[in-house]
Write a protein that binds this ligand. Structure first.
Ligand code: SAM
Length: 270
């Protein structure tokens, strides 16, 4: 692991200890039978029952276990040992059909020798990845011929902004296009634990444009089935956002539609 990945992993180990106790994740609701998944991915991916599903960057496994509750046989992967320990605890408590591997996804081939009907990943994953070409290649490697890849993620356009207000004022602070040198952040708090103070607050994040995402998957031999851009967030991406009655997050009063979220499905040719 290089210095960037090491710093990021140390920060994720801390987040993984804090996140299971946050309202954002609401583990009690999950244990009471609610799905942690958004309706977006559940509707777009459709019926997963009977499928073997590989969840990349699964954090502490709530979404993985929710797919298992929907009938899939799930393997979740994350490089945070703390996250995987918690995921295994939740699996033991619920008895759901899932197993978890603590590994860097870039090193997954030395831990896992299987293929899957579905490879899934979502929300807050791409910015931690330096190399989308290698990412797409590993997705293609782990898919059965005819298998499906699905991602729902914050739209790369939103990654350029540090603030967006109701009057349309936007603070463009970050690049849209990829650079091999990541952006350094020194910040306490996370999307789920905003008041947290970290021993390891430094992270390094990479930007990936929409074209880089498509082209990496195409170069890995996958067929893109659809790309959808959504005018809502699936979580509070900016201070100004509020959750509407439909469950999605918007900037109230913003009169123009902007792409907050995208989802993409691709298949591996038979
Ligand atoms: C924002 S979280 C994903 C959140 C997920 N959507 C959820 O809400 O549970 C990103 C995850 O990626 C993991 N991660 C980052 N880089 C990784 C890598 N190279 N290999 C494996 N896991 C990685 C982190 O440990 C973290 O759990």
């Amino acid at each position: 692991m290089d210095e960037f990945h090491t710093a990021n992993k140390e920060n994720w180990e801390e987040r993984a200890v804090l996140h299971p106790d946050t309202d954002f994740y609401d583990v009690d609701a999950f244990l009471a039978g609610e799905s942690s998944l958004q309706s977006l991915e559940r509707e777009e991916l459709g019926d997963v029952s009977g499928s073997k599903l590989l969840h990349l960057q699964c954090h502490f496994g709530l979404d993985s276990l929710s797919w298992a509750r929907d009938g899939a046989t799930v393997t979740g992967v994350d490089y945070s040992e703390q996250a995987i320990e918690k995921a295994r605890e939740l699996q033991a408590e619920t008895g759901l059909d899932a197993e978890f591997i603590a590994a860097d996804i870039y090193d997954l081939q030395s831990h896992l020798d299987e293929q899957f009907d579905i490879v899934f990943t979502s929300y807050g994953v791409l910015c931690w990845l330096a190399d989308l070409g290698a990412w797409a290649a590993l997705i293609a490697h782990f898919l059965e011929p005819g298998g499906t890849f699905y991602i729902a993620e914050a739209h790369p356009y939103m990654g350029t902004l540090s603030a967006l207000d109701a009057d349309g004022t936007a603070q463009f602070d970050y690049p849209y296009f990829h650079d091999n040198t990541p952006e350094r952040y020194d910040a306490d708090g996370s999307y789920a634990a905003p008041d947290a103070s970290f021993d390891n607050p430094t992270t390094y994040q990479w930007y990936h444009s929409m074209s880089d995402i498509f082209n990496s998957l195409l170069a890995a031999g996958l067929d893109i089935e659809f790309v959808h851009e959504h005018p809502f967030g699936t979580f509070k991406m900016f201070e100004s956002m509020e959750q509407a009655d439909d469950g999605w997050w918007y900037v109230p009063g913003l009169e123009i539609d902007l792409p907050f979220t995208f989802s993409l499905m691709a298949t591996k040719p038979e």
